[in-house]
Write a protein that binds this ligand. Sequence first.
Ligand code: NB4
Ligand code: NI
Length: 183
Amino acid sequence: MITMEDIVREGHPALREPASEVPLPPSAEDNDTLKQMLDYLQNSQDPELAEKYGLRPGIGLAAPQINVKKRMIAIHTMDEQGKQHTYALYNPKIISHSVEKSYLTSGEGCLSVDRSVPGFVPRNARIRVKAADIDGNPVELRLKGLLSIVFQHEIDHLNGVMFYDHINEEEPFAQPEQATPVE
Ligand SMILES: Cc1nc(NNC(=O)[C@H](CC2CCCC2)CN(O)CO)c(F)c(N2CCN3CCOC[C@@H]3C2)n1
Ligand code: NI
C-alpha cells in the first residue's frame, strides 16, 4: 500500500528527471505499481482511510513521485458536472492543445511539495492525449476543465516539471492571457 512515506519530496532528483517510456504490454510489476497508484488516490479520498494512514488527499499521481522513473500516471477525480473519472495510463502524450489557457482559481498544490506556493498556474484549456490503458491498449482522450488541468500537472511530473515552474514570479495572481478560470 502506498503511503506518504513512499512519496518523494522537493529536492529528490526523481522529481527533476525525465521518466522513461514503459515497454508495452506492461510487465506484471508495472501493472501492479500503476494499480497501487490508483489505490492511493482512492484511499486518500476516503476520510477514514486518509485519517488512519495519514494520507494527503490526491486526485492525481505520477510514478516519479514514488521514485519510479517511468511514464505512468493515475487520476481519480470528479469533474465539474460531478461525474467520476478514473484513469490509470502508460506513456501519456499531449498530441494537440488549444491556444486558450485555463487555470485553477484556487492555485495548485502537490503531494511532493510540503508548502503552499500561491499563484495561478496557466495551462492549456483543452488537450488531446494519446496513451495506453492499464492493459496496454491505446486510448485517445479529449480533455477540458479540471481533468485537462490534472492531466497536465501529472504529465509535467513525467518531464521533471513542477507546478510552480509555471507561476508568474513577478505577479503570481496576474490573469493569464486568454484564460478561462476553473473553479
Ligand atoms: C485540486 C485538488 N487537489 C488535491 N490534491 N492535490 C493533488 O491531487 C495533486 C494534483 C492536483 C493539483 C492541482 C491539479 C492536480 C497531487 N499531485 O501532486 C500529483 O502530481 C485534492 F485532494 C483535491 N480534492 C478535491 C476532491 N476531493 C474529493 C473528496 O476527497 C478529497 C478530494 C480533494 N483537489
Ligand atoms: Ni504533483
